[in-house]
Design a protein around this ligand. Structure first.
Ligand SMILES: NC(=O)c1ccc[n+]([C@@H]2O[C@H](COP(=O)([O-])OP(=O)(O)OC[C@H]3O[C@@H](n4cnc5c(N)ncnc54)[C@H](O)[C@@H]3O)[C@@H](O)[C@H]2O)c1
Length: 320
């Protein structure tokens, strides 16, 4: 069975891809530097899930170090899922150098090392943050890219490196523009996670801005399905594709829905808009449908219910 390297394999999305590949019988190598942007303990737990699922190994290391990356990527590797990044818009506003270093240099290293050993395909995690300023909705892939945060700039640069490596050097690459991803094991710095934690304890939550900003929230299962499809098709090579749910809700609606699901009496407070936050996101997923048969299947209500159930289970595990 093919060997697959997953950078950022200890993170939220990377660990789900790793788990899915390991369950399907692939030989999986997860690479991660266990960055402390959020708790490395959560990442170690993610690694444990994957190691239980099948033939997987974990290598601690940094994608910004090309020599290190060359030591883990060899001629047996067929596919690379590149998920390692400094995610998060707000931290990029505080310190634009860290996301630039990891997201741009790290991606260049992954591409270079993959090219040297003739990897079949590199599947790159990009982001809806590349769009930034809204000219029309939903965003199709032809919508202008005017990021409104240093994070968005870094993800756009990484996408261009992927395209150029395909066009100039001939290595197959695909970039997936994920729209806000949520689900079990999600990053603890994202609104759904923060709101759920507080609402379960009836603590007040804070919404930045007036809450009328909208997001296309994508359930992790749909993200994993499309990544797995890309192991079997070259139809998206050299392309960028939106991967969202194709629906959006406001942050106010999100809070109301979550309160209802949880049965919480949390108060909702409002604070100043955060710099770097996009006003709206909404994916046109037509291209991904056409090229690889992508069909988002988990509605926001269903996804939130599943997430809350998982979160409750985790709290019980932690407290016992
Ligand atoms: N979660 C979302 O909503 C979302 C939306 C759009 C795009 N993305 C992109 O998807 C990918 C995965 O995001 P996530 O939400 O799972 O984030 P995450 O932070 O959970 O995962 C990223 C992982 O990369 C690792 N990492 C960071 N720097 C590294 C380095 N220099 N070397 C090796 N590993 C390093 C981190 O330790 C972490 O485990 C990222 O590229 C992110 O930009 C995520």
């Amino acid at each position: 069975m093919s060997k697959i390297v997953i950078t950022g394999g200890a993170g939220f999305i990377g660990s789900h891809i790793a788990e899915s590949c390991a369950k399907d019988g692939y030989e999986v190598v997860m690479i991660d530097n266990l960055d402390d942007y959020y708790s490395p303990e959560l990442k170690k737990k993610n690694i444990e899930y994957v190691l239980k699922s099948g033939n997987a190994t974990f290598v601690h290391g940094d994608v910004t170090d090309l020599d290190f990356f060359r030591t883990v990527i060899d001629r047996d590797v067929e596919y690379v899922f590149h998920e390692a990044a400094q995610a998060g818009v707000r931290i990029s506003v505080e310190n634009p150098f860290k996301p630039n270093n990891i997201n741009v240099l790290g991606t260049l290293n992954v591409l270079q090392a993959s090219l040297e050993v003739d990897v079949e395909r590199v599947i790159n995690a990009s982001s809806s943050s590349v769009y930034g300023k809204v000219e029309y909705l939903p965003f199709d892939e032809k919508h202008p890219t005017q990021p409104v945060s240093p994070y968005g700039v870094s993800k756009l640069a990484a996408e261009h490196y992927c395209r150029v490596f395909y066009e100039v050097y001939g290595i197959s690459t695909v970039s997936l523009r994920y729209f806000t991803v949520y689900g079990p094991r999600m990053r603890p710095d994202l609104a759904i996670s923060i709101f759920t934690g507080k609402m379960l304890n009836d603590e007040p939550i804070t919404i930045f801005g007036d809450g009328e900003q909208t997001r296309d929230f994508t359930y992790i299962e749909d993200i994993i399905k499309v990544n797995m499809k890309l192991l079997d098709t070259n139809r998206a090579d050299g392309k960028v594709m939106n991967i969202g749910s194709g629906n959006r809700i406001s942050v106010n609606e999100l809070a109301t829905n979550l309160k209802k699901i949880i049965g919480s009496s949390s108060e909702v407070n409002y604070a100043e808009v955060q710099r770097g936050d996009a006003k709206h996101t909404l994916a046109d997923v037509g291209l991904a449908k056409e090229l690889v048969g992508y069909e988002p299947s988990v509605s926001i209500d269903e996804g939130l219910r599943r997430f809350v159930e998982w979160f409750r289970g985790e709290q019980i595990t932690v407290s016992t």
